[in-house]
Design a protein around this ligand. Structure first.
Ligand SMILES: Nc1nc2c(ncn2[C@@H]2O[C@H](COP(=O)(O)OP(=O)(O)OP(=O)(O)O)[C@@H](O)[C@H]2O)c(=O)[nH]1
Ligand SMILES: [Mg+2]
Length: 295
């Protein structure tokens, strides 16, 4: 209708304050201590342009990127801000960061295998796994792979020694270790194709999350109302059903008024008024509304 003649006024309804929590959804979560090179890898393998810098907590919000693979399906990778010990108790914005791992399927643990900041990569992985389990047991059970980063800093025997240590610690548990350099790109391809393999092993039936809030369904058609004689020549009609009907009826418009009259008839209100002995010229009161009764 180009020129509507009938409008319904607004009506009182349930009011609700909601807090919406954003959780990033990605196939793969890239986790690790601060400064290990997570954002560098993301920028190397996707078109994402995360901030990269040589200090901790450069990344404060997850960055997403799409990895394209030749001859295989690509996937979405989320670069999660650096985690530290105590993250599951909220330390270092831990909760803020951990929640973004919840909806990923495979986890890449990234470590600084060259220990450029003096930390032990094996301890780092164990620490992060402990934090993941403490936050949500289920996350820690997801398939994992280790990206031993910053291999370009090491040479010859050093390189082998570093990687063998990590392998000895984790490969017996079925967690593969890939030596890489996010800066040069060395080893990255092998890592990505292996991640693709892991994703392919996962049953991809969608996970259904239980709704935490279900707005009540309520039909107003059967809400009660009452018809009473208040005093001589005055009748009162009230109840939730009446209140609601008046709420969506615009009595100033012709159509609205027609609707109102039809409602009185079809709902049986007119009949009840007559049963209660209403006479022509008596007053009917409905909330703020008074009108004279004529047949
Ligand atoms: N030598 C070397 N340095 C690297 C490599 N990858 C990253 N870096 C350097 O490590 C520093 C940290 O890199 P980021 O990618 O910002 O690290 P991040 O893990 O995202 O750090 P947060 O966001 O703080 O958690 C930067 O100075 C990078 O240039 C690598 O493969 N080799
Ligand atoms: Mg980063």
């Amino acid at each position: 209708m180009q020129v509507p003649k009938y409008a319904q006024p607004g009506q009182a309804f349930k009011e609700l304050n909601v807090t919406l929590e954003l959780k990033v959804i990605a196939d793969v979560g890239l986790v690790g201590f601060p400064n290990v090179g997570k954002s560098t890898l993301l920028s190397r393998v996707t078109n994402a342009k995360p901030k990269i810098a040589n200090y901790h907590f450069t990344t404060l919000n997850p960055n997403l990127g799409v990895v394209d693979l030749d001859g295989a399906d690509g996937f979405v990778i989320a670069d999660i801000p650096g985690l530290i010990e105590g993250a599951s108790q909220g330390i270092g914005l831990g909760h803020e960061f951990l929640k973004h791992i919840e909806r990923t399927k495979v986890i890449i643990h990234m470590v600084d295998a060259a220990s450029t900041e003096g930390r032990d990569p094996i301890e780092d992985i164990n620490t992060i796994n402990a934090e993941l389990s403490a936050y949500n047991e289920e996350i820690a059970k997801r398939p994992q792979v280790i990206a031993a980063n910053k291999m370009d800093v090491l040479y010859g025997e050093e390189e082998e020694e570093a990687i063998n240590k990590i392998r000895e610690a984790f490969e017996p548990n079925g967690i593969k270790v890939f030596p890489i350099s996010a800066v040069s790109g060395k080893g990255v391809k092998e890592l990505l194709y292996y991640v693709r393999e892991l994703l392919d092993t996962i049953d991809d039936t969608p996970v259904m999350f239980e709704p935490e809030f279900i707005p009540g369904e309520h039909s107003f058609a059967n809400d009660p109302y009452t018809v009473e004689q208040e005093e001589e020549h005055v009748f009162v009609v009230e109840g939730p059903r009446i209140e609601r009907m008046l709420g969506y009826t615009n009595l100033d418009s012709e159509k609205g008024f027609e609707f109102f009259q039809r409602f009185l008839k079809e709902s049986g209100i007119l009949e009840e008024l007559e049963t209660k002995g209403i006479q022509e010229g008596d007053t009917v009161r409905m909330y703020g509304l008074h009108f004279d009764y004529y047949k």
